[in-house]
Design a protein around this ligand. Structure first.
Ligand code: ADE
Length: 235
């Protein structure tokens, strides 16, 4: 996969040189480029922002530097993701979809955001990472890149390790324990030591259902519940 990021702060993206995404870069499973669109400004002071027509607080990113930076990319038909708090909320389904793409382009907003013509002409997706306002789109882009890259086949060593992820099943993930079985009197649930896989599966499903019911009841509306699930939730 190729990922291009148009940003005023390319240095921030060194955070992606580490851990699993860093390894995916090193192994060539994903190729990333970071382009500072200020370099494309035809303004003699390299300005990239201007006052909004009609008045109001803050400055907007002007079209010229971003259009020219975008058109400098070798982009056939990329998915172009514009970061904005007014976008569709990012979720695991989007990450799964994007992980199948050959080319993603991220446009990182700043100031009060983009001139609307950038939204209209360049973006295929306008996405927010949550109901809060960041100082810019860089952190949002890193969050979305991280969530997407780990789903590219072979990036996680163990494929199964994301099939049970929270949200992949539509439910929050169940609790996990590792050794020791007794840590200073804090014990691991007996069922996990039983070796009985059917019981373990049933316990995990119940834990997922209970956690989701308590913390994110909104998610339950979109999950196909079995009769056993429904009985458990009513109990
Ligand atoms: N830019 C500023 N706030 C944002 C958010 N919540 N999501 C994506 N981009 C943003």
């Amino acid at each position: 996969m190729k990922i291009d990021v148009l940003t005023l702060f390319p240095e921030m993206f060194h955070a992606l040189d580490h851990s699993i995404v860093g390894r995916a870069k090193t192994l060539g499973q994903v190729e990333m480029s970071f382009l500072n669109f200020r370099d494309f400004s035809t303004n003699k002071h390299h300005k990239v922002d201007d006052y909004p027509y009609g008045g109001g607080a803050g400055m907007l990113l002007t079209p010229q530097p971003i259009f020219d930076a975008f058109h400098s990319l070798e982009a056939k038909s990329p998915r172009v993701i514009l970061t904005t708090p007014t976008g569709k909320p990012f979720n695991q389904r989007m990450a799964e979809e994007w992980a199948k793409e050959e080319h993603l382009v991220f446009l990182c907003g700043h100031y009060e955001g983009f001139d609307q013509r950038i939204h209209d002409e360049l973006a295929t997706d306008e996405v927010s990472i949550g109901d809060f306002v960041l100082t810019g789109g860089e952190l949002a882009t890193m969050v979305m890149i991280d969530a997407t890259v780990r789903l590219i086949p072979d990036v996680l060593g163990d494929q199964a390790s994301h099939e049970d992820d929270s949200f992949s099943t539509g439910l929050l993930e169940y609790p996990h324990y590792t050794r020791p079985a007794d840590f200073r009197g804090l014990t691991v649930p007996e069922v996990l030591l039983s070796g009985n896989h059917a019981r373990i599966e049933a316990w995990r499903r119940e834990q997922s259902l209970e956690r989701t019911y308590r913390r994110r009841p909104d998610l339950l509306e979109h999950v196909e519940l079995t009769d056993v699930d429904k009985k458990f939730l009513q109990s």
